[in-house]
Ligand binder design. Structure first.
Ligand code: 5GP
Length: 195
């Protein structure tokens, strides 16, 4: 998605440790006009799927998922990262290792919000090592719902997640795949950049 790539080139900040900061438009301050275009693009890419639910993970996936959901006219469920007193009844839960925070945490979704009748699209801001996506896929699998695929805004193609999840048979559509990035020069190379 050219608009997103342009924005990453313009406003993305490359941090040491292979972290791309996009907090001025994607996951802290949020550019809702850009989200609108992202939503339109995911709707186009998954037009062939009978999606009736969007699943994401707190916190940074939620804003994007909500705007995407407006294009599908379906509810959003987000996996919670800690046991909340407000979660009633039984939950599906799994463990996720955080790339950015370097620790493992439990994520959960109330059983009443995922069921075998659901056709789920997972939405997230980043795909790096694939732990978040793997965890969300596991929740869908445990519920008996159908996983239609995953819509990712930025995939870091030099990390293992994309390959691993696709090899597991999950359809992954990423709007921008970063092939390499250089913290010295600030250069970002995308997978389909012309050589
Ligand atoms: P994974 O589980 O695929 O390793 O990482 C996915 C999660 O880590 C995303 O939900 C995102 O919040 C965070 N993440 C991974 N890499 C980056 C990055 O380069 N920049 C930012 N801002 N977040 C990242």
């Amino acid at each position: 998605m050219e608009l997103l790539k342009e924005r990453i080139r313009k406003d993305g900040i490359i941090k040491p440790g292979n972290v791309l900061k996009v907090d001025s438009f994607l996951n802290h301050q949020m550019d809702i006009d850009l989200f609108e275009e992202i939503g339109k693009e995911f709707k186009r890419l998954f037009a062939d799927c009978p999606i009736n639910k969007i699943l994401t993970i707190e916190a940074s996936g939620i804003g994007i998922a909500c705007i995407v959901a407006r294009h599908f006219h379906v509810p959003v469920v987000f996996a919670k990262k800690s046991q909340s007193k407000n979660i009633e009844g039984e939950v599906y839960s799994t463990q996720v290792q955080s790339f950015t925070h370097g620790r493992t945490y439990d994520v959960m979704v109330a059983k009443k919000f995922l069921s075998p009748e659901d056709n789920v699209l997972i939405i997230d801001d980043f795909l790096a090592n694939g732990c978040a996506l793997l965890g969300l896929s596991q929740l869908v699998f445990d519920s008996g719902a159908t996983l239609c695929g995953a819509g990712i805004c930025i995939e870091k193609g030099f990390q293992v997640g994309g390959e691993m999840i696709r090899a597991a048979g999950v359809r992954v559509e990423s709007l921008a795949i970063v092939e390499s990035m250089d913290p010295e020069t600030g250069t970002v190379v995308f997978r389909d950049d012309e050589k």
